[in-house]
Write a protein that binds this ligand. Sequence first.
Ligand SMILES: [Fe+2]
Length: 283
Amino acid sequence: MPFSTETLGALSAAYPHMPRQLTHEIASHPLLELDALAALARRLRPESIEFNAATDLPLGIAYEETPYTGLDVHETIAQIDSCGSWVLLKTIDQDPAYAQLMRDVLSAIEPVVEPRTGEMMRLEGFIFISSPQAVTPLHFDPEYNIMFQALGKKTMTVFPAADPDMIGDPFFEQYFNGGPRNLPWQPEWEERGQPITVTPGEAIYVPILSPHWVKVHDEVSVSLSLTWRSEWSFHHADACRFNSRLRQIGLRPSSPRIYPADNRLKSYSQRALARAERMLKRG
Ligand SMILES: [Fe+2]
């Protein structure tokens, strides 16, 4: 079992709204060793890999402004202890061994998740390989996430889900229409964050729609993020897209509702309009 009974209880007390530090049993899994990850990077499709410089970055940097080091991804992983970089391996479940690990771990939390937010949908796995002192700037992700620390130590500072000052409706509307996920940073927001430090064997549940930033401590870090969506989260995303349409015609739509209230009326309207547009395009 990847989790103890106590950990499942802690997740149950927090899910889906509150961040929570958890413990896990997969830190020494052979698939999470650096050699195995270097081999995985050679098997993944190139579009499944992101990497860039990650030290001495401002917290509020836009993704496209993040500098490169001149190394390729394989050199970056080989020199990760000294090259000041961050590597992200995405959709690792395209590899059968990692897909099995992802399913084994996420099936263990189904009894906690599914009674609250329904079927776990669109499961995905990501691995972060980071140099000492690497920073992942402030951003949000559209998924529920558990980040498992396998090597090194990192601190994630998690902010309240959908904090209207930090991450207002127009940001969500742009994001769900293909816009960026990084957020601008204001120093006065610092006190709203909850810093959670994890070492191998510890994990963090990151609530959906919660802004967060991450700082690695003094050693190389390896983390596995396993994520899922819910029907509620897809309705929320489509309600944001519908609100964007209303804003474009000069209206000021009310904010999408927060779980457990749902957003079906707006989301079904968005889906009907998008379907009609696709049919018109096909002619
Ligand atoms: Fe994230």
